[in-house]
Design a protein around this ligand. Structure first.
Ligand code: SF4
Length: 361
């Protein structure tokens, strides 16, 4: 069951409550370069990114927000570290949320200034704790924090949670409750532990992510396990997959995670077997062709499941579980629809027949 949370909005996007888990990414351009940044935001919007964060490392970037906001519709979040004044300027320039890092903006008088502007504009603040920038205290010196990060134990998770709770207390004392929480670590286990622990302590919505996961497969696996585990437990309201790749790729992977868990549907799902010596059709070619044709179908088909199985061992069983399916049998395809065999066709007619039958679903 999904964790019950308060509802917070970033622009028109609802985070928490019964809203669908939304997808975020972050621009990788120089924010001061408005034209390039706007182009990347538009590309991200096109692939389905619903909230976009921008790094604000300097005054030029904070000032650029005004112009960027004029060019795009998608909600924008300003990522603020070290200098609270950049957050204030971004808010004045119309940003839809700010992310503050408790590890580097923690003086109450500075937080108060950001809250004042956020409240005026009814804009949310994400308390973005990161295990790599936890604030040193008398109980957790820089050295112990570093050692704890290296041991990847639950103590780091506990410190992350405590850091978020201390920050929430400050915000609530300033009568501010439009809060979203994130607790990211590059270590998957620490990340999962931190969110699980935090879920018991408050009802603010969570932005999920495993930070700095790296390239390609490693990044996909770490993000899939970290974000996927939490979502499967009903924890998490908006997600960002963080890869050393294009932000568009981050969005594609986010969609895969959500669709794999059945939380949201973006395109029809293909269930195809890995093939083995029993495979009796050219399954790779058929799957690729089906995938290509599926992309051209309209939205009415996004929740369909198609099974493409190489033989009769698991084929009929899997194919019966889907809307439409095929199981290979000696150069032929047995076509299933809603659990029933509807046809036996020659291999070269499989793709055509699958789509013909699907149109009749
Ligand atoms: S469905 Fe048949 S061909 Fe595919 S992996 Fe299983 S046994 Fe092999």
């Amino acid at each position: 069951m999904r964790r019950k949370t308060k509802v917070v909005k970033i622009g028109a996007v609802q985070i928490g409550g019964d809203a669908p888990v939304s997808i975020q990414s972050m621009t990788k351009t120089n924010t001061e370069d408005v034209a390039q940044t706007v182009r990347q935001i538009k590309r991200l919007e096109k692939v389905g990114c619903e909230i976009i964060r921008l790094g604000i490392p300097n005054l030029g970037s904070a000032e650029a927000i005004k112009e960027i906001k004029r060019e795009v519709d998608v909600p924008l979040v300003a990522d603020i570290h070290f200098d609270y004044r950049l957050g204030v300027i971004c808010l004045q320039n119309g940003v839809d949320a700010v992310r503050l890092n408790p590890g580097n903006i923690y003086k109450i008088e500075q937080i108060r200034e950001v809250v004042k502007e956020a409240k005026k504009r009814k804009v949310a603040i994400r308390v973005g704790v990161n295990s790599g920038s936890l604030k040193a205290t008398p109980h957790a010196t820089r050295r112990t924090l570093h050692a704890r990060n290296k041991t990847k134990n639950t103590e780091t998770a506990e410190l992350m949670v405590q850091s978020a709770l201390d920050y929430i207390k400050i915000l609530e004392e300033l009568d501010f409750c439009d809060i979203i929480i994130s607790l990211k670590s590059s270590d998957v286990f620490t990340t999962i532990q931190a969110y699980r622990l935090m879920a018991k302590k408050c009802n603010y919505p969570f932005h999920l992510g495993v930070t700095a996961t790296g390239f390609s497969e490693v990044g996909l696996i770490k993000s899939g396990i970290g974000i996927g585990t939490l979502l499967a437990e009903g924890i998490g309201d908006t997600i960002r997959v963080s890869l050393t790749e294009s932000p568009e790729r981050e969005v594609e992977v986010s969609k895969e995670i959500l669709q794999s868990l059945g939380l949201r549907w973006f395109e029809p799902e293909i269930i195809s077997c890995p093939t083995c010596s029993r495979c009796s059709i050219d399954l790779k070619r058929i799957s690729r062709e089906v995938q290509k044709r599926l992309k051209k179908l309209d939205k009415a088909y996004i929740d369909k499941k198609i099974a493409i199985m190489g033989c009769l061992v698991n084929g009929p069983g899997e194919a019966k579980e889907t809307d439409i399916g095929v199981a290979g049998a000696a150069g032929q395809g047995i076509i299933f629809k809603k659990g029933k065999v509807v046809k036996r066709v020659k291999e070269e007619e499989i793709v055509k027949t699958l789509f013909k039958e699907m149109n009749r679903c």
